[in-house]
Structure formats: C-alpha cells, structure tokens
Design a protein around this ligand. Structure first.
Ligand SMILES: *[C@@H]1O[C@H](CO)[C@@H](O)[C@H](O)[C@H]1NC(C)=O
Ligand SMILES: [Cu+2]
Ligand SMILES: [Zn+2]
Length: 204
C-alpha cells in the first residue's frame, strides 16, 4: 500500500514535469545548391510516425540516396554534416530493415521532369526525444542507395550512394508550447510528492 501511494505521488510529479517541454509537430528543410532546389517537410502523424513531404527539383530521372545526417553543421558544405544519424550504433540499411540507421530514408525518385514529389511515412525518425532529427541535416546524394546489400566496402556504412549534391538543415516549423504555468505546476507537484512521502514515511 505504502509503496503504491509513493509510486502514484512520484508519477504525478513526473507527469507534471514532463509537460514542461516544447513538442515539435512539423519541421522543414530547404535545399538550394548545384541547381537543385526544394523543400522537405516532416510532419508528425498518428502513432508518432513522421510523414515526409515536399518537392525537390533539378536531378536527372532516377533514384538517389536520401538521408538524415548527424549534424546541422554546414560550415564546410554538406561534408560537415558528418555521417548518417545513427544514435543506436546500427549498420546502414533499408528504411524497412530492423537494423538500420535512424537517418536511413532510402532513395527518392526524380521523374522525367527532374522532379521528386515526396510523400511517404517513416517510423524511426522523430521530431522529439532520442531519435529527434531537428537541427540535423537532410542530404541528397549523387547515386542510388544500395541499402547495405552490396559488396562495396561502403555499403554497410553509407549505402554507397556517392557524393553529397545538396543538403539543408532541419528546422522547427510547427510546435506546441507547454502551458505558461507548467514550471510552477511541476515544482508544486514535486513539493506535494515530497510532503506526501514524509507523511507516509511517518506512518510506517
Ligand atoms: C519551396 O517553398 C517556397 C516557398 O513556399 C516556394 O516558393 C518554392 O517554389 C518551393 N520549392 C519547390 C521546389 O517546391
Ligand atoms: Cu547520406
Ligand atoms: Zn545509413
């Protein structure tokens, strides 16, 4: 009983503290380099999946590797974005693989008008938390991603997708703010929990 009460008090305190966080619901990256231009949006949908949308123009018809790279640092062009975003130390893979980098979004296809219309879901990238892609970079490559399935030495690291032809930093577009009084609420809850703890402990 005593342990249950303590747990409830702690849970209440935690839930209130947890509210005190900005929740990003939509993000955008703008690409503009080497005659390639476009906008890529990332929208949070049901089940916390992310819908990738937008349009990129300027590549010859074909499939090209498309990833989230670790950093939003473009101070030395797309190179300083470093490698694929891989917080779990996995191998490079196909977006549907269990073993993949979080940043592995596979290939995007450019049609005969040199346009790629993006509209697909990913279950691993997120706009908040451990798999958060905000502040990192989207990178478009010069070749198709082989999903880690070829004999090329780079296959399991980069998908052997070639050079980086365009990149953009992923920024916040839409978000929900925590309630203005959330900080007060959460410290009040912690205080309540502590008082409660002392009270219950005194009864033991
Ligand atoms: C990207 O968005 C801007 C602003 O809405 C728009 O003018 C531009 O045409 C878009 N680019 C592409 C390739 O859709
Ligand atoms: Cu890449
Ligand atoms: Zn990868």
């Amino acid at each position: 009983m005593y342990k249950t009460l303590l747990f409830v008090a702690a849970a209440v305190a935690f839930a209130s503290a947890h509210e005190d966080v900005v929740e990003v619901t939509r993000a955008i990256a703008v690409l503009n380099a080497n005659g390639i231009s476009g906008n890529v949006t990332f929208t949070r949908e049901e089940d916390d999946k992310i819908r990738i949308g937008g349009r990129i123009i300027g590549m010859k018809p074909g499939m090209y590797g498309f990833h989230i790279h670790e950093k939003g640092d473009l101070s030395n062009g797309c190179a300083s974005a470093l490698g694929h975003f891989n917080p779990n130390g996995n191998d490079h893979g196909h977006p549907h693989d269990e073993n993949r980098h979080v940043g592995d979004l596979g290939n995007i296809e450019f049609d005969s008008t040199e346009t790629a219309n993006l509209n697909f879901l990913d279950h691993l990238i997120k706009l908040n938390g451990r798999h958060n892609i905000i502040g990192r970079a989207v990178v478009l490559h010069s070749m198709a991603d082989d999903f880690g399935r070829s004999d090329h030495p780079d296959s399991k690291v980069t998908g052997n997708a070639g050079g980086r032809v365009a990149c953009g930093v992923i920024g916040i577009m839409d978000y929900t703010l925590p309630k203005a009084n959330a900080a007060t609420t959460s410290s009040a809850s912690v205080l309540m929990a502590l008082t409660f703890y002392t009270f219950v402990a005194a009864l033991m």
